[in-house]
Design a binder for this molecule. Structure first.
Ligand SMILES: Cc1cc2nc3c(=O)[nH]c(=O)nc-3n(C[C@H](O)[C@H](O)[C@H](O)COP(=O)(O)O)c2cc1C
Length: 280
């Protein structure tokens, strides 16, 4: 909004607080319970939120399959149970969860990426000088676009008082092929975002987030906020399942924080995980 004195903020802080609160409450919940049915109007409202997501070059390089028919949902769930079994066998060490929890969902939203539209992003011209700067970045533009769609869906689900999860396994080649065969979409498309929706069985309010002071850098990168390689290794070897699945925002709230985090407690909790400022 503009006045005679110049532009002013058009929103108000209570609107922003409501939005951030919905964002904070958006949760990946992997346990659902049955509850009253939901009309297609609810699903359409959520689909509207998806429709307003930004996409690179406004390509809208996605389609949305909403599965609310119990028979189709059952078939989709079977495919994801197989997917999680493959994950247990082939990606050992990743703390995956058995996907049979999808059984009590009301609907499953499947975001299909259509990679043909990547040609609409910047392309290296025949007369361009230097290396191709665009092809790799087009992948980022494409997947960021899909990510914005999934995020909008999850936020709208939260605002509706329901809950969801964000599953990426539909994008794995065998799973995508099975889903394409079942749902009839071209197998060149990819089911890169799957969002089961329902009532939460367990109300997980929060999840670990790095402190704001650790991840925000003002006017330049502060190397004391850098997470050293050894911290990443500790996350991989020890903390990952707890940070993924425990329902608290800060590790210091865990009764066994010291035992689980050891010498890395301050690094996960505080503003400066790299006091020396040296980059490794
Ligand atoms: C791109 C992306 C892919 C994800 N894939 C999966 C997945 O396949 N299965 C799953 O259970 N959670 C998946 N998640 C959810 C994350 O594990 C979750 O967002 C994270 O642990 C933080 O928890 P929160 O969403 O409750 O805040 C994915 C999230 C994103 C952004």
């Amino acid at each position: 909004m503009t006045t005679e004195e110049g532009p002013i903020l058009a929103g108000d802080s209570s609107q922003a607080a409501t939005l951030v609160d919905i964002m904070r409450r958006r949760r990946s919940v992997r346990q659902f319970q049955s509850g009253p049915p939901v009309t297609r109007d609810t699903w359409r409202t959520i689909a509207q939120a998806a429709r307003w997501a930004p996409t690179g070059a406004n390509t809208q390089c996605w389609d949305l399959v909403i599965v609310d028919d119990p028979a189709v949902r059952k078939a989709v769930i079977e495919i994801f149970v197989e997917q999680s079994n493959r994950l247990f066998a082939n990606a050992k060490g990743f703390p995956a969860v058995d996907k049979s929890y999808l059984a009590n969902t009301l609907a499953i939203f499947i975001v299909l990426g259509d990679p043909r539209w990547k040609v609409a992003f910047p392309q290296q011209g025949d007369d361009a000088k230097g290396p191709d700067e665009y092809t790799d970045n087009n992948e980022s533009i494409y997947f960021c676009s899909i990510g914005a769609v999934v995020q909008n869906i999850q936020l709208a689900v939260t605002a509706m008082g329901l809950t969801s999860a964000w599953l990426s396994g539909g994008g794995e080649a065998s799973t995508n092929q099975q889903l394409a065969d079942l749902l009839g979409y071209p197998s060149t498309f990819s089911a890169c975002g799957t969002i089961p929706v329902g009532y939460p069985k367990k109300d997980v309010k929060l999840r670990y987030r790095r402190p704001l002071e650790q991840l925000v850098h003002w006017n330049g990168y502060a190397s004391t906020q850098y997470r050293p390689q050894a911290m990443l290794e500790f996350y991989l070897g020890r903390l990952r399942p707890f940070l993924m699945y425990r329902g608290s925002e800060r590790v210091e709230e865990w009764s066994d924080a010291q035992e689980k985090c050891g010498e890395w407690l301050d690094a996960f909790n505080g503003s400066g995980p790299n006091p020396s400022g040296e980059l490794d």
